[in-house]
Design a protein around this ligand. Structure first.
Ligand SMILES: N[C@@H](CCC(=O)N[C@@H](CS)C(=O)NCC(=O)O)C(=O)O
Length: 208
C-alpha cells in the first residue's frame, strides 16, 4: 500500500488523495506540514529535502512534487483515461498540469491565504488584484471547455485533478459578484462536485 505524508488541507496533497479515490488505490496517510511539523525531521528530509508536502513512498520508491506523483500513480495504477497514451493527448494533459503550477497557483495562493488561512495578513488591494488575475485565468479554462465536458479528452484526466482542487477554493472563496457569469466553468465544476472522491478529499475538508 502506498504511504502519503501531508496534511489533508493542502491542495497539493488533496490532488493525490482525490486521485487515489478516483482510481480506488488504497493508501496510508500521515499528517505533516504546518502545525503538524514532521517535514524537517531527519527521516522526512531524507525523503524530501525540500521540506514540503506531499511526499509518497510506493514500494520503497520515494516521490515528491505533487504533479509528478500524479503521473507516477496514473502510469502505474490509473489507466489511459487519466493520462492518455497518445503523444498529443498526453501533452495536452501535461500542459494544463504545468499551467496549474506555474500560472494559476500564484493568484489562487494569495486568495486562499488572504481569505482563508491568514485573513489579517494580506492587504485587501493585493487580494482584489489576485481575484482579477485569477478571473482571467479561469476564463481560459472556460474557453477550453467550450463544447466539451473535460479539459483534455473525453474523460476526467490528470488535467482536472491538478486544477480541480483550486476550483473548489475559487468557488468557495470568491463571491458570485466578483466572478463573471461563466456557464462552461460552472457546469464543469458541478461535474467535479458530483464525484464521490472529490467530495471526500476536497469539498469535505475545511478551508484553512
Ligand atoms: N511544487 C510542490 C509544492 C509543495 C508545497 O509547496 N507544498 C506546500 C503545501 S500545498 C507545503 O509543503 N507547505 C509547507 C507546509 O505545509 O509545511 C508540489 O507540487 O508538491
Amino acid at each position: 500500500m502506498i504511504q502519503i505524508w501531508g496534511r489533508n488541507n493542502s491542495h497539493n496533497v488533496q490532488k493525490v488523495l482525490w486521485f487515489c479515490g478516483e482510481i480506488g488505490l488504497e493508501f496510508k496517510r500521515e499528517d505533516a506540514g504546518l502545525e503538524f511539523g514532521r517535514v524537517r525531521d531527519a527521516d522526512m528530509l531524507a525523503r524530501n529535502p525540500n521540506a514540503v508536502i506531499p511526499t509518497i513512498e510506493d514500494d520503497g520508491f520515494v516521490i515528491w512534487e505533487s504533479n509528478v506523483i500524479l503521473r507516477h500513480l496514473a502510469r502505474k495504477y490509473g489507466g489511459a483515461d487519466f493520462y492518455p497514451e497518445s503523444v498529443e493527448m498526453r501533452t495536452e494533459v501535461e500542459r494544463w498540469m504545468d499551467w496549474q503550477q506555474t500560472t494559476l497557483l500564484s493568484p489562487m495562493t494569495t486568495i486562499f491565504w488572504g481569505r482563508a488561512r491568514a485573513p489579517d495578513k494580506f492587504p485587501k488591494s493585493e487580494i482584489d488584484e489576485a481575484v482579477q488575475k485569477a478571473e482571467r485565468l479561469w476564463q481560459i479554462v472556460s474557453q477550453r471547455l467550450e463544447g466539451r465536458s473535460w479539459v483534455a479528452g473525453e474523460h476526467l484526466s490528470l488535467a482536472e485533478v491538478s486544477i480541480g482542487a483550486l476550483a473548489w477554493r475559487w468557488f468557495s472563496l470568491v463571491s458570485e459578484k466578483e466572478r463573471a457569469p461563466n456557464d462552461n466553468l460552472e457546469d464543469w465544476f458541478k461535474a467535479l462536485c458530483a464525484r464521490p472522491a472529490y467530495k471526500e478529499h476536497v469539498m469535505a475538508v475545511p478551508l484553512k
